[in-house]
Design a protein around this ligand. Sequence first.
Ligand SMILES: *[C@@H]1O[C@H](CO)[C@@H](O)[C@H](O)[C@H]1NC(C)=O
Ligand SMILES: *[C@@H]1O[C@H](CO)[C@@H](O)[C@H](O)[C@H]1NC(C)=O
Ligand SMILES: *[C@@H]1O[C@H](CO)[C@@H](O)[C@H](O)[C@H]1NC(C)=O
Ligand SMILES: *[C@@H]1O[C@H](CO)[C@@H](O)[C@H](O)[C@H]1NC(C)=O
Ligand SMILES: *[C@@H]1O[C@H](CO)[C@@H](O)[C@H](O)[C@H]1NC(C)=O
Ligand SMILES: *[C@@H]1O[C@H](CO)[C@@H](O)[C@H](O)[C@H]1NC(C)=O
Ligand SMILES: *[C@@H]1O[C@H](CO)[C@@H](O)[C@H](O)[C@H]1NC(C)=O
Ligand SMILES: *[C@@H]1O[C@H](CO)[C@@H](O)[C@H](O)[C@H]1NC(C)=O
Ligand SMILES: *[C@@H]1O[C@H](CO)[C@@H](O)[C@H](O)[C@H]1NC(C)=O
Ligand SMILES: *[C@@H]1O[C@H](CO)[C@@H](O)[C@H](O)[C@H]1NC(C)=O
Ligand SMILES: *[C@@H]1O[C@H](CO)[C@@H](O)[C@H](O)[C@H]1NC(C)=O
Ligand SMILES: *[C@@H]1O[C@H](CO)[C@@H](O)[C@H](O)[C@H]1NC(C)=O
Length: 536
Amino acid sequence: MAFSTLWMLPPVLFLLLKPIQGVDDPKISKAYTPSHKSASCLFHRELENGTSSIPAMVDALEVMQSQFWDSSTSTWPDGIDWTRATFNTHVLTALSVMATYEDFTYSSEIKKYFSEAAAFYTGENATSLITQKYDDQQWVILEWLEGIKFINLYSGMDATFEGQKYSPDFAHRARVFWDLASQGYNTTLCGGGMLWTDQLAPYKNAITNQLFVASSIGMYLYFPGDSNPNPSPVADSTYNSSQALPPIKAHDPRYLEAAMEEYNWLSTSNMTNAQGLYVDGFHITNWTSPTSIGTGKCDARDESVYTYNQGVLLSGIRGLWDATGNESYLTDGYGLMKSVINATGWQSMSNGSWAGLGSDGILQDLCDVDGSCSQDAQNFKGIFFHHLTLFCQPLAMDESQQKSQNDSVIFNASPTQAQDHQIRCEGYEPWILHNAQYAYATRNVTGVYGGWWYANDTIPTGWTSSPAGAADVMNKGIPQNLIWRLPGNPSVPDAGTTPVVNGSTADLNDRGRGRTVETQNGGLALMTCLVNAQEG
Ligand SMILES: *[C@@H]1O[C@H](CO)[C@@H](O)[C@H](O)[C@H]1NC(C)=O
Ligand SMILES: *[C@@H]1O[C@H](CO)[C@@H](O)[C@H](O)[C@H]1NC(C)=O
Ligand SMILES: *[C@@H]1O[C@H](CO)[C@@H](O)[C@H](O)[C@H]1NC(C)=O
Ligand SMILES: *[C@@H]1O[C@H](CO)[C@@H](O)[C@H](O)[C@H]1NC(C)=O
Ligand SMILES: *[C@@H]1O[C@H](CO)[C@@H](O)[C@H](O)[C@H]1NC(C)=O
Ligand SMILES: *[C@@H]1O[C@H](CO)[C@@H](O)[C@H](O)[C@H]1NC(C)=O
Ligand SMILES: *[C@@H]1O[C@H](CO)[C@@H](O)[C@H](O)[C@H]1NC(C)=O
Ligand SMILES: *[C@@H]1O[C@H](CO)[C@@H](O)[C@H](O)[C@H]1NC(C)=O
Ligand SMILES: *[C@@H]1O[C@H](CO)[C@@H](O)[C@H](O)[C@H]1NC(C)=O
Ligand SMILES: *[C@@H]1O[C@H](CO)[C@@H](O)[C@H](O)[C@H]1NC(C)=O
Ligand SMILES: *[C@@H]1O[C@H](CO)[C@@H](O)[C@H](O)[C@H]1NC(C)=O
Ligand SMILES: *[C@@H]1O[C@H](CO)[C@@H](O)[C@H](O)[C@H]1NC(C)=O
């Protein structure tokens, strides 16, 4: 309890303790002359309530779409397939938050950006994604379920909204990708869990397994059913009628069973380190081939720690609570959040030490510090905050809160349970605000967020780019050895990996890959999380 009491100190106290560099910097304010509306009122605001944070969130969305979206190809050209799926997910969540708290003010923006999100159904390269890794495929499931959630929400608010016509296609794509991804689950090795891919030596990693909790429970709760028999995720493509898919109803219990089995496996797999953080994953000692599986156990652990590996599970276990009303799921989520916030150095603010997942209370991946992030890793922190947003949605309490979900299977919390959850989530708010204020200060003069929210000339004490036992494949590529590779070393695409660029640039956020659509996506997800925390 002492812990949460400390978190509930009023945000203003943290402002006094630690002035926020940049937000009040007249150079940044004066130079910032974007073309989109509402931006001129952003100067000197400190994001401490919705009056300032909602415009900041909308601004992040406007910058995302005006500078990175291409309407002629209906995509974000600078993204890669999996990062684009998360962009669309985060755009759709921002639209849900705008609709929930400022529907009247932003109704034209909501419709405009929804039409872009829906256009990405054709802009998304589904035929490429079906060939990719089991984690890549699952971002697509979460993306289209988020679209369905938005459509259900907004249809209940605006009778003229014609979003429902898209739901069957969104649902079909989610269903086809779940069928594909679920082939990665197998009990032969480690007694359960998902493989990252079958194109490498077996690696059961945090992200793929956390996604399987989140995507499976999402399918159970929000998938509206699908009667499109086409086995392709591209709705109108031709197909062989003897391969037709059977129809499937909403709330199929096999999705719930898959989510529960996966979580039971993951939560007992020893995948968390001494700080309570998920490490990257497990190899199997002495595995050499499917017929020579070595120990057959998940016993060779890669100690890499990434921000996104602490995030995706939060929405998964929130969904498990929604489906079952079992409080142990939420309790696990609070425990993970406590570990994450501690590992950003929140308890020892201003001492400048690397605390496992950041310093001075600011969430960071190791690669942020020296600007060595790959395109993949630049997208990680936004994912963390997106899933925290979902975790901290108010608990459903009665049917009146679910009018858009007539056939809802969502468990209704007691008033006490709902209040307890809200108090927990309010406890995170000062930390979210602190991160948001630093991130806000990293915008360049055209409003694009940087990826290193700490952006401090002094490297945190104790920081190292290469911790013991951590291969850091997400930034450094997949090693050419038999721990990682299959015999014969068939080629595997190393999407996104880019070298460190040691440019002598004055702006720390221009090093390496610099500001990108991925770093903007991070800013958008963080601002959306802040608004949800303040208004929820
Ligand atoms: C919200 O913040 C604005 C600007 O920082 C301030 O003027 C206003 O009084 C605040 N409102 C509340 C309800 O705290
Ligand atoms: C989709 O991906 C495939 C395989 O990577 C590629 O050949 C094709 O050009 C992509 N299509 C578009 C429209 O980008
Ligand atoms: C699990 O994987 C093993 C080895 O790849 C394979 O032989 C087995 O058939 C798979 N089992 C299931 C149920 O898919
Ligand atoms: C259609 O699928 C069936 C069953 O998989 C297969 O036997 C048949 O050859 C396919 N027909 C064509 C034209 O591909
Ligand atoms: C969990 O993993 C750590 C790191 O590899 C290892 O030291 C420890 O023995 C493992 N614990 C169990 C119960 O297997
Ligand atoms: C909290 O973080 C510190 C590093 O700042 C670490 O030494 C400590 O073990 C963490 N505490 C817990 C309970 O994880
Ligand atoms: C792995 O194989 C090596 C060489 O055969 C053997 O020495 C070692 O004991 C094996 N390790 C385990 C955990 O079985
Ligand atoms: C709640 O979930 C936990 C963790 O999965 C499980 O151990 C426990 O048996 C469940 N409790 C009930 C009442 O189902
Ligand atoms: C910062 O605080 C942490 C956690 O209390 C402590 O372990 C570390 O030694 C401190 N670092 C410095 C430089 O004071
Ligand atoms: C950089 O970090 C140190 C250590 O926490 C802090 O004292 C200093 O104010 C920071 N500098 C800036 C420019 O934020
Ligand atoms: C809601 O569900 C009930 C019972 O299943 C059904 O009779 C009713 O038509 C549904 N209402 C709407 C608006 O779908
Ligand atoms: C801000 O960053 C974006 C993305 O890197 C870049 O395109 C733009 O030119 C930058 N703006 C300025 C004024 O440097």
